[in-house]
Write a protein that binds this ligand. Structure first.
Ligand code: ADP
Ligand code: MG
Length: 700
């Protein structure tokens, strides 16, 4: 038997049992009482005030009423079925309505019994009704007064088993009632004191049952700090271990491949920023440490040539390099670009994607194995176990957001030592977040565009501006320029989207009889897609109608107009990426955002406003994060963490994260042998967290 209640299997907690235990485990990964206590509410509702029915008015938020059900009434059948209860507190009657779980409600709630209910009143005629109210027996509510009621995430699976937020609340209450002593600390006293943290027990209790809203921030700060501290401790100790163990290949040599290319083949002068980044990479490659570097650079800033020159450094030192792109089209384009730039150098660069099959695939794999292929470009097909490198020393990953941490880990197994890694992205993420997601990742920035680029002019047109739009397009086309017209394609509405795309295509064919129009979308066969892209690249078509398949990386410098149809359906980052397809030459380019709705939502107006105002990718990323909230980035980032964050937020809590990181670094520095007695609590907690199942019984 465990000595501590926290490690107790959840099924033995009062009010749970095997059925509910199975549901809790399956739905929200709550296995022990401890898990339950670390399952925090997502909001709190003020329940200090009880209204009367007579006081109800239009537009009130959630209110509490105290009264009794006078009578039930059932109506309708099938999906129209509903249950109605007439509820009175003596000052008037409201209707309570249920569309779901009717059988359960009928059984659970009795007439002539006092209840405390919570819900949002809505007026229907003269009477108010409340749909799916929160119900609690008044007696029970009085036993446990909760001025701020916690609300817990409840999945559909939990609802089906009759577990509501209220049930979870009761279980948490039971757990605290069962505890015989205070919950043991998970941080050393000196850290608690120095950072002014609340004791764990109090923080946990307050996080579930705050006495008032003032008490919450302090409790949550303590719990967040703890979480972030252990996160940073894990990241920093892994980084330290990697630095010791995973020595990197040492590239001391700058030879013919690099110098020859630089002198005779580079088609332009590098920008200062490009030179600086190459220098930073060279230093890493010489250091004896394995490089993990993130290269941030806006669309069009010239990351490809930087990647290529770093590959050449690897080749000069007798190693192979590879470049991974997120899509086949991009991989093909990268391959074509590199092959063109390397023409005449004698360096062998090959392509490997899912479409390179059979007789074409075999020699590539063979060349990779015997080392004659010096640069391999491809999709994630590159990291399949069948691809054996003779001596892989350097890997470039383009557009990191589509590559998971796990996939990167696969790369490490490709040689006796992990190759140097350069991750390139046009979507910058905040520094603390980058350090957390990539551990010991170093960051380089290309903050300068190649010379002579004119900032793209961005305009917002409504549906009525079609004439203006066509005139503008025609003017550019007549000067020999090319035009992209992009339509949204969302899986859920794929049919109507594809219809809009082909309608748009036909309309353009009619409007521009003197020019040729191509079309490409994600539902086409890869070969057809490729043919359409190639035709545009070779200028055989002048207008390319497409869905977002061209989003990332495609390079056609002669294209000078990007028309984005239904721009309101795209996110800011995506709009910026799309716009980056033009403005790649020296001529003035245009981006036209077309919307058809008469009234745009506030958020949409701001997105479009930002696009028209600036072409600075870093500013756009910032605005994007403000508008979208950190959610998306958070999701991607979280997937790479050693354990799930339950209360802290990677983006929102960046200040606390920096504080936790500093403390974690200090602990590692002061106690490298993990021998200090005051720190034992840390290593024990760390072990528990890493084991996934938190075994609180081992706390002495
Ligand atoms: P991204 O950073 O978006 O991947 P690319 O590497 O595709 O950008 O470069 C965009 C365009 O700029 C390409 O046509 C490339 O040849 C060109 N380019 C890159 N560096 C320079 C430079 N220093 N001077 C002039 N043009 C450059
Ligand atoms: Mg690129």
């Amino acid at each position: 038997m465990p000595t501590d209640v926290l490690s107790l299997d959840i099924q033995y907690l009062k009010g749970v049992g095997p059925m509910r235990a199975a549901t809790l485990q399956r739905e929200i990964e709550v296995r022990t009482v401890g898990d339950l206590l670390y399952n925090f509410p997502y909001k709190y509702v003020d329940r200090s005030r009880i209204h009367t029915v007579a006081q109800l008015a239009d537009d009130m938020p959630q209110v509490q009423l105290r009264g009794q059900i006078l009578d039930f009434e059932k109506e309708g059948a099938g999906t129209k079925r509903r249950l109605r209860a007439y509820f009175s507190d003596g000052t008037g009657v409201v209707e309570l309505v249920w569309f779901k779980s009717i059988a359960y409600v009928e059984k659970a709630y009795k007439v002539n019994t006092p209840y405390l209910i919570l819900g949002k009143p809505q007026r229907f005629g003269r009477r108010f009704s409340i749909v799916h109210p929160e119900m609690e027996k008044a007696e029970e509510a009085d036993n446990h007064p909760t001025p701020l009621q916690p609300f817990y995430t409840v999945t559909d699976g939990m609802k089906r088993s009759g577990i509501t937020s209220r049930t979870v609340q009761k279980l948490v209450r039971n757990a605290f009632d069962t505890l015989r002593s205070r919950i043991d600390e998970t941080l050393p006293l000196y850290i608690i004191t120095e950072h002014g943290l609340a004791p764990l027990h109090d923080a946990l209790f307050t996080a579930h049952f705050p006495e008032n809203s003032m008490a919450l921030p302090e409790a949550r700060r303590r719990l967040k700090f703890e979480e972030l501290f252990y996160l940073q401790l894990d990241i920093l100790s892994n980084a330290a271990r990697r630095r010791q163990e995973a020595a990197g290949f040492v590239f001391t040599h700058v030879g013919d491949a690099f110098n020859g290319f630089y002198r005779y083949h580079l088609p332009f002068a590098l920008t200062g920023a490009q030179k600086r980044v190459i220098r930073e990479v060279r230093q890493d490659m010489r250091s004896g440490r394995q490089m993990n570097r993130l290269l941030q650079g806006d669309v069009g800033s010239g990351k490809t040539v930087v990647a290529l020159m770093c590959c050449l450094l690897a080749i000069d030192n007798g190693f192979q390099a590879c470049l991974m792109a997120p899509t086949e089209i991009l991989a093909e384009q990268h391959h074509a670009t590199l092959a063109r730039m390397l023409d005449g150098t004698g360096i062998r660069v090959e392509l490997l994607t899912g479409s390179v099959k059979g007789a074409r695939r075999r020699p590539v794999l063979q060349g990779v194995r015997d080392g004659s292929v010096q640069i391999l470009v491809g999709t994630h097909a590159l990291i399949e176990p069948t691809v054996e490198f003779q001596n892989l020393g350097f890997v470039v990953i383009d557009e990191q957001h589509r590559f998971g941490v796990k996939q990167r880990a696969k790369l490490w197994a490709k040689n006796t030592q992990p190759p140097h890694i350069l991750v390139m992205t046009a979507t910058p993420i905040p520094r603390t977040l980058a350090m957390t997601v990539y551990g010991d990742l170093d960051v380089s920035v290309i903050d300068e565009l190649p010379p002579g680029r004119k900032p793209i002019r961005t305009l917002h047109y409504g549906g009525r501006d079609l004439g203006r739009l066509y005139d503008g397009m025609r003017a550019e086309l007549q000067q020999g320029r090319q035009v992209y017209v992009v339509y949204p394609l969302i899986e859920e509405s794929a049919k109507s989207d594809l219809l809009a795309l082909s309608t748009g295509y036909n309309r353009l064919c009619d409007a521009f009889p003197d020019f040729r129009v191509g079309m490409v979308h994600g539902k086409m066969k890869p070969a057809d897609k490729d043919a359409a892209m190639q035709a545009f690249i070779r200028r055989e078509t002048q207008i390319l109608v497409s869905t977002t398949v061209i989003e990332v990386g495609v390079n056609v410098p002669n294209a000078s107009v990007m028309v984005i149809e239904e721009a309101d359906r795209f996110g800011l980052a995506q709009l910026h990426q799309l716009r980056g397809r033009v403005g790649r030459g020296a001529d003035q380019s245009f981006c036209i955002l077309v919307t058809h709705r008469p009234n745009l939502a506030e958020h949409t107006r701001r997105r479009i406003g930002v696009m028209c105002e600036t072409t600075d990718g870093f500013r756009i990323a910032e605005e994007d994060m403000k508008l979208r909230g950190p959610g998306d980035i958070e999701g991607t980032a979280q997937s790479g963490l050693p354990f799930k964050l339950r209360i802290a937020n990677l983006v929102g809590d960046s200040v606390l994260m920096a504080e936790a990181r500093t403390e974690a670094a200090r602990v590692l520095h002061d106690d490298p042998q993990r021998a200090l007695p005051q720190n034992q609590v840390i290593w024990q907690q760390m072990k528990r967290l890493k084991n996934g199942v938190v075994d609180y019984s081992s706390i002495s």
